[in-house]
Design a binder for this molecule. Structure first.
Ligand code: 6PG
Length: 242
């Protein structure tokens, strides 16, 4: 299985390269609206900084989230807070273009409200799914992506938009987009950094397809046209031809 990846000297360089790639993708979206869904992650700040500095028409870009922790928008753990500080504010993205997951609510309710907002925005009929222009995803050392962690039964779901999922290792519920939406993205962009990810990344790219064990294989196997931005630490066990 062939995965498109490139490796950079450090996490910041990989993140900035991913930010430039996302900017290039957004620039060529035809029509009045471009849709971007973003994740959290330790290197994502640099991706946002690069993206915010790009010369593009932010008035057409609508920002959504791939997942969110069960915290208010000003909490240190909030993926919204991260994006707001390094992308939304610096780029001057209009408030009407920001589709925040209201994770200060009970997570089931937040997931329902987020699904309704997505349905309204994309003008979806029953059982229809959104197609984002760009979706940014990370990968944890356990192989999770979005908030789909190993063993999550919703990894099999191909019908729904978003859900509240309980994450045992975090002892918390989170709200996350579900696989069908991630796999319908026109342009998924993976950003994976840090040396501790190397063993898992090598397994994600080489083990037979077992997404409940290796959730990031959802993207590697089912969205092979994705571009993976890595730092040398995360890529150290990959062979160039992989
Ligand atoms: C989150 C993210 C999550 C993240 C990975 C990688 O809410 O934490 O959406 O999926 O992208 O955990 O994060 P790191 O790069 O910090 O390991």
């Amino acid at each position: 299985m062939k995965v498109n990846w490139e490796s950079h000297d450090d996490a910041e360089s990989a993140a900035r390269a991913a930010g430039r790639h996302i900017a290039d993708l957004l620039k060529v979206v035809e029509g009045p609206v471009a849709t971007l869904a973003v994740s959290g992650g330790s290197a994502t700040k640099h991706m946002f900084q690069e993206l915010a500095a790009a010369n593009l028409d932010w008035s057409k870009v609508h920002v959504f989230w791939v997942d969110e922790r069960p915290v208010p928008p000003d909490h240190a753990d909030s993926n919204f807070k991260l994006a707001n500080q390094y992308l939304l504010q610096p780029a001057g993205i209009p408030a009407d273009n920001v589709h925040r997951i209201k994770a200060e609510l009970p997570t089931e309710e937040a997931a329902e409200q987020y699904q309704d907002e997505i349905r309204r925005f994309f003008r979806l009929g029953d059982n229809e799914l959104p197609r984002f222009d760009v979706v940014h995803l990370g990968m944890g050392g356990d192989g999770h992506t979005a908030s789909l962690f190993p063993g999550e039964t919703l990894i099999k779901d191909r019908d729904h938009i978003a859900a509240s999922v309980y994450v045992d290792k975090m002892q918390q519920a989170r709200i996350t987009l579900l696989p069908a939406v991630l796999l319908r993205a026109k342009n998924p962009v993976m950003l994976v950094t840090q040396e501790d990810k190397a063993p898992m990344l090598q397994r994600v790219f080489s083990e037979p397809y077992q997404p409940e064990k290796f959730p990031a294989q959802l993207i590697a196997y089912e969205a092979p046209e994705t571009f993976w931005y890595l730092d040398n630490g995360a890529a150290r066990l990959l062979r160039p031809e992989e």
